[in-house]
Design a protein around this ligand. Structure first.
Ligand code: FAD
Length: 336
């Protein structure tokens, strides 16, 4: 374990917020976790930080930042049609994507280009282009912080839902994920339900392969989303709101082009980006923070933005969207 004090977190969050943590604990192998829990996590406030691409630090952190950096992709089972991989929490998500492409494993190619680490992927059940990571997760391994005991949760026990899981609910701040087990298919199959992806593949007239799908997803993402290395951001800042069908029909009277997708239980999922855009917020800024010119759902740090400035933009957007649609947007990003 590497320990540092008064650590600047600017390079540890993709929003580029300059805040300081009293203590920074870099965990170099999973075997260090039990001692970490008793020596530090039972004593003071803590926050588990992966790649910091879904975290908005709102102030200095008076406690320990736990940063599990151990990596590794291990094949634990091989069948004729599937492979089970056990992947360490600190493995960058996109490394796993590259591994799957190299080994012809199907299931997560649509999640190409999502920043962050494998240990965070189950937390909000990452998703993109018609695929959610829950459909490939077999189990999640780690430690319960309050008891210090190791625990492995099955897929059902993780209670995955849209951008949600047990790790954001009952086990929030009480579970450290050390490994995620994935079951990936050796049988060729693709999810092309997202129209933009199917169209882009057709236009490029490329053979349908893991490589071409992954490449297409990356190109689409590059046109819509700012690269956090250039413009600080945390991806989608708000969740897409899910509303009753009647409310959707009511809104259509004034906004006939409102986009909606079917959600479970007969509900409708709206596009938060479209609502924000209609509220006049696409590419707009207040001070050094604002929304991205190509995607209003992404809040950005235009350079030197403070947490206060980012939160002011977020709160003004929530207010303006609520006034126009009577819908309260919920933040997707973790605020600390
Ligand atoms: C440009 C951009 C595009 C994005 N696109 C998408 C997208 O298409 N789809 C999508 O779903 N998300 C997207 N995101 C959000 C983000 O990349 C994902 O949520 C990602 O999984 C976060 O990983 P991270 O390691 O950076 O998480 P962090 O911000 O470090 O942590 C996120 C959460 O996970 C918890 N956590 C982290 N590691 C562990 C661990 N080992 N054990 C327990 N808890 C842990 C943290 O405490 C926190 O609650 C995007 C973000 C950016 C910046």
């Amino acid at each position: 374990m590497k320990i540092s004090e008064n650590q600047n977190l600017k390079d540890y969050n993709t929003f580029g917020m300059e805040v300081f943590a009293r203590r920074f604990l870099q965990i170099e192998n999973a075997g260090e976790v039990p001692a970490l829990i008793t020596e530090y996590l039972h004593q003071e406030p803590f926050y588990i930080l992966g790649g910091g691409s879904n975290t908005l630090f709102t102030k200095d952190f008076d406690g320990s930042i736990v940063h599990p950096v151990f990596t590794g992709i291990e094949v634990v089972e091989q069948a004729w049609d599937a492979v089970v991989l056990r992947v360490a929490a600190g493995e960058p998500w996109d490394n796993l994507i590259q591994y799957c492409i190299r080994h012809e494993l199907f299931g997560i190619e649509n999640l190409t280009g999502i920043p962050g680490w494998v240990g965070s992927a189950p937390v909000q059940n990452i998703g993109a282009y018609g695929v959610e990571v829950k459909d490939t997760i077999l189990k999640v391994e780690g430690y319960v912080i309050s008891t210090g005991k190791s625990l492995t949760l099955s897929n059902a026990e993780c209670r995955f839902a849209y951008r949600n899981s047990i790790f954001k609910q009952e086990l929030k701040h009480d579970f450290i994920i050390t490994h995620v087990w994935f079951q990936l298919s050796k049988k060729k199959h693709f999810t092309l339900s997202y129209q933009g992806l199917a169209k882009a593949l057709e236009e490029r007239e490329l053979p349908l392969t893991l490589h071409s799908v992954s490449d297409c997803v990356r190109k689409i993402r590059d046109t819509k989303l700012p690269d956090p290395k250039i413009v600080g951001n945390g991806g989608s800042f708000f969740k897409n709101p899910v509303i009753p069908e009647e409310k959707y029909h009511e809104l259509q009277t004034n906004f006939p082009d409102l986009v909606a997708y079917d959600a479970p239980d007969g509900l409708k999922k709206l596009s938060a980006g479209q609502l924000i855009e209609k509220a006049g917020w696409k590419g707009k800024r207040l001070g050094n923070a604002g929304t991205w010119k190509n995607q209003a759902l992404v809040l950005v740090n235009y350079g030197g933005a403070t947490p206060k400035e980012v939160l002011e933009v977020a709160e003004t957007i929530i207010h303006d969207v609520n006034s126009l649609f009577d819908i309260t947007l919920e933040m997707e990003i973790n605020r600390i």
